[in-house]
Design a protein around this ligand. Structure first.
Ligand SMILES: C[S@@+](CC[C@H](N)C(=O)[O-])C[C@H]1O[C@@H](n2cnc3c(N)ncnc32)[C@H](O)[C@@H]1O
Length: 236
């Protein structure tokens, strides 16, 4: 097995990430032309957690998306179902709490996190709406949801250039740098099959989150969606 299909069978997705784990972060930096660092900073700002709060970083992989919270003294739980990704993460950051778990059936109690976030993970989940519902369940009333995911460039010419990059340039680059280049064919295909900004916003609202909004990054290559769990008491 080299790559998952667009059916996104959980066993295939987990095995694919087990495979890419050793070089995952280096390849990410190369293929995103260094943009991931900026995207990650914006996600952390949107989560807006402070020390003393507990944050769920779902589909955390090797924990790169969890690190800024830990570095800021925030209690972050890095959850993922690829044991290969978790192993690389735990070796690199033994101080972070890595937990094996499936996004569609989270091993956490109701209302147990101040915020839930997922970076470049939701697109890979077999039943993304179920994952949104699970994040809603484990987040406290009034708590935040922040999702970073590849999306649809808003300017047509930029969209065309980006699609060319995904379909033509990315696979040969991946062949040179990645341990499992086929996984990056899946990456390109899954990005193209993913809903656009408004489509994802509708899913989030349908699941029961409120105040759904999003911000485009790099012209819409990535979108950061935000929402709030109903029922919180606004601060006086
Ligand atoms: C592209 S990586 C993102 C890792 C990290 N969040 C980051 O920003 O670098 C996607 C991760 O989603 C995880 N994943 C996919 N489906 C999942 C599921 N149903 N439950 C838990 N993790 C899942 C994969 O194992 C993989 O580690």
């Amino acid at each position: 097995m080299n790559r998952a299909s667009l059916e996104k069978r959980p066993d295939e997705v987990a095995a694919m990430f087990d495979d890419v784990a050793p070089k995952y972060d280096v390849v990410n930096d190369v293929l995103s032309l260094g943009q991931t660092r900026r995207w990650r900073r914006i996600v952390v700002d949107a989560v807006g957690a402070v020390p003393g709060q507990r944050v769920l970083d779902l589909a955390a992989g090797t924990g790169t998306s969890s690190e800024p919270y830990a570095d800021a003294g925030i209690d972050v739980v890095a959850c993922d179902f690829s044991l290969g990704m978790l192993k690389v993460g735990k070796r690199r950051r033994p101080d972070i709490d890595f937990v094996a778990g499936d996004a569609t059936n989270l091993p956490f109690e109701d209302n147990s996190f101040d915020a839930s976030t997922i970076s470049f993970g939701l697109r890979n989940v077999n039943e993304p709406k179920k994952a949104l519902a699970e994040m809603l369940r484990v987040t406290k009333p009034g708590g935040r949801l922040v999702i970073a995911e590849f999306s649809s460039p808003v300017v047509p010419v930029w969209r065309t250039m980006y699609t060319e990059y995904l379909m033509r340039a990315l696979p040969p680059i991946a062949r040179k740098v990645a341990s499992n280049p086929d996984a990056y064919v899946y990456l390109a295909e899954s990005i193209r099959a993913w809903p656009n900004q408004d489509g994802l916003a509708a899913w989030i609202a349908e699941t029961g989150w409120e105040d759904v909004a999003y911000r485009n990054l790099t012209g819409g290559i990535v979108a950061v969606h935000r929402a709030v769990k109903p029922g919180g008491h606004p601060a006086k």
